[in-house]
Design a protein around this ligand. Sequence first.
Ligand SMILES: Nc1nc2c(c(=O)[nH]1)N=C([C@H](O)[C@H](O)COP(=O)(O)OP(=O)(O)OP(=O)(O)O)CN2
Ligand code: ZN
Length: 124
Amino acid sequence: MPTTELYCTFRFSAAHRLPSSGEEHKCRATHGHTFELVVTVAGEPDAEKGWVLDFADLRAAVDPVVAELDHKTLNDIPGLENPTSEHLCRWFWGRLIDALPGLAEIEVKESPECGCRYRGGGTG
Ligand SMILES: Nc1nc2c(c(=O)[nH]1)N=C([C@H](O)[C@H](O)COP(=O)(O)OP(=O)(O)OP(=O)(O)O)CN2
Ligand SMILES: [Zn+2]
């Protein structure tokens, strides 16, 4: 079955620390990243409009959620007390699932080389 997926990329800068990493782990100390978030929605393109969802509508749904994290310390955000990329993916999923029918994947990247992808169900 062919699948159409569209996505938008967002960036936010934030500090975090990983309290559950080992005593000697460098990530126990507060440090920062310019995180990249990729939100993917799947669906059938509308016959008339030719799109699954207007990119502008996708951005409008995600921008306010990203703004909650931008230039914040992630550990201070409820649900992100241990803000690994894995937990960030689930957090975004829970925040976006109601606003974005067809939500298919959340990707969070802490650097160009490393990231996490979540294709969850329910509220994550
Ligand atoms: N599975 C996960 N592993 C790590 C996570 C994570 O969220 N999930 N997070 C971190 C830290 O946030 C760390 O800052 C990122 O680590 P790293 O990729 O090593 O990034 P650096 O920029 O510090 O890389 P260098 O090559 O050392 O400069 C760690 N692990
Ligand atoms: Zn980090």
